[in-house]
Design a protein around this ligand. Structure first.
Ligand SMILES: CC(=O)N[C@@H](CCC[C@H](N)C(=O)O)C(=O)O
Length: 376
């Protein structure tokens, strides 16, 4: 089955220009709706939920519904690529491939609007994957429940794999995650009189270092966990002792027990910071995502099918400490997520990431053939 991916490469470029934060994907939603409304409508039913969209493509004689989910939001990153279709939204970029994910979903959807299969297909354009998390509230919505699929699938671009490759494994693919925000409040003062103040820049620096001892000293070395502090903010001027500081980070674990352990150690170290630096502290865990757990049977079946059909090269990969709120869909509905090779030297969330658009054709081919196999 040949795939003309060119229209979807063009769509990806248009989407790349308009990255928006979670639950503010207004232009993205408009763009997708304009495209969907331009397709023949006889087999389609379109619903919106907040800034998301759900589309049912009716089958000829349905006995089940297969779901496919694409995420929609961009990241607060200033793009540093030299491509012609750079972000037009200053300070925002599609640096996690969601522009690719949406274009691929439209390519697959368009194929099935034109080529009806037996079962219903549900296409889910989900907002706010990067935060605060659109999957959980979308799952609970009436709009989603009206279209509730019996199985659900998704992909994520993978910079490290060549184009033409899909990678996955049965069981746990991505980690449990929790955001982490710690606000420290002390006493500001003149830089020349440190003994009259409680310096929150120094408190934050000590705390950031101490937090790095949690994984190395409190987690079983045969388990895996991550505590990353991605941002520290504090102070107002070089000669003023900072009254406030804020640390922002993320926690990743492979079990909820380890998540609880990491959080209880963070709380102990923060209490120690309060005592040691005579300050007050507040912890906020922000958005929490459950692990992405690939259904063993469906995943094995897909892996065997990829290998037998030769539709793509297959890699059985390791678990990654990435997070994905698609895990909430998989906690309720059997399915899987796979990595799609896009072969670029810069990683996810990097200002210079430029996925190879050849992967769009690969993904549309894999998914249209897989859904034809599953839904006929
Ligand atoms: C695929 C990917 O990169 N996902 C994000 C999910 C972010 C979850 C949440 N905002 C957090 O930072 O904990 C990731 O960073 O793995």
């Amino acid at each position: 089955m040949g795939v003309d991916a060119l229209p979807f490469i063009k769509i990806r470029r248009e989407l790349h220009k308009i990255p928006e934060p979670g639950f503010k994907e207004f232009k993205t939603q408009r763009f997708l709706l304009d495209y969907l409304n331009g397709l023949p409508q006889e087999r389609m039913e379109i619903k919106t939920w907040r800034t998301g969209i759900l589309v049912k493509v009716r089958g000829s004689n349905p006995s089940k519904r297969l779901g496919y989910r694409a995420d929609m939001d961009g990241l607060p990153i200033t793009e540093e690529t030299s491509c012609e279709f750079r972000s037009t939204h200053p300070g925002f970029m599609h640096a996690c491939g969601h522009d690719m994910h949406m274009a691929i979903a439209l390519g697959v959807l368009t194929h099935f609007v034109e080529n009806q299969v037996k079962d219903d297909l549900i296409f889910i354009f989900q907002p706010a994957e990067e935060g605060p998390g659109g999957a959980q509230p979308m799952l609970a919505s009436k709009e989603f429940q009206d279209f509730q699929p019996d199985a659900i699938f998704a992909l994520h671009i993978a910079p490290e794999y060549p184009v033409g490759t899909v990678a996955l494994k049965p069981g746990i693919l991505f980690a449990n995650t929790s955001e982490l925000f710690i606000d420290l409040k002390g006493k500001g003062g003149h830089a020349a009189f440190p003994h009259t103040a409680n310096d929150m820049v120094i408190a934050a620096a000590h705390l950031a270092t101490q937090l790095q001892s949690i994984v190395s000293r409190n987690i079983d070395p045969l388990d895996s966990a991550v505590v990353t502090i991605g941002k520290i903010e504090g102070g107002t001027k070089q000669n003023i002792i900072a009254e406030k500081a804020r640390l922002e980070g993320t926690i990743r674990t492979l079990s909820m027990e380890s998540m609880q352990k990491v959080k209880s150690r963070i709380e102990a170290l923060v209490r120690g910071t309060e005592a040691g630096f005579e300050c007050s502290a507040a912890i906020d865990y922000g958005a929490n995502y459950c692990q992405v757990y690939n259904d063993e049977t469906l995943t094995r079946e897909f892996m065997d099918w990829v290998q037998e059909s030769g539709v793509a090269n297959l890699i059985e990969c390791k678990t990654a400490m990435t997070g994905e709120d698609f895990g909430y869909f998989l906690a309720e509905i059997p399915g899987f997520l796979f990595w799609l090779g896009v072969n670029t030297p810069y990683g996810l969330h990097h200002a210079r990431i430029e996925p190879d658009e050849g992967a769009i054709e690969v993904a549309i081919r894999v998914l249209t053939q897989y859904f034809t196999f599953k839904a006929s």
